[in-house]
Design a protein. Sequence first.
Length: 175
Amino acid sequence: MGTNGSTMLKPLRQGLPPLDPAAVSNAASCALPARYEAVREARKFTRRTLDQWELGYHFDDVCLVVSELVTNALRHALPANAPRMADQPPPVRLHLMRWTERLVCAVRDPSHDSPVARDSDDFSAESGRGLFLVDSFSDSWGWHPMAGTLSGKVVWALFRLQGPSATASAPAPTE
């Protein structure tokens, strides 16, 4: 389901030093079918990838964000009832990229429409909180249109990486 590769996302500079695309230490991506079961497939792919990269301790937050980004792509970016030809690439693709101090989750879809964050005040609404959750659980997020031969957009979320030792309590003093 997944393939290794490198994906370049330019606007990931918010409050961090610029990213060097050549400095990506790990990258993986998977094509997702245009059906809601793809969200489960995206979560499984994310679990396997983070475990391979020894980042399993980030799974809960990253998985929630991946689920929201993929769901949004399936719900809002795909034309309703549009048949997909066998020779066409899958309409949605999940990319995970790791640098030393950050992890980026990016979902590519065929829509040119910008993602719209809805008002987060109405927590009783059955939908519309996805980007609020992405904003709450990631360190930053954004989107940009695709360039070149690919059409559509990429919606991304960035996580600053801290190892489990960074959150562990300080060692006991020695005598």
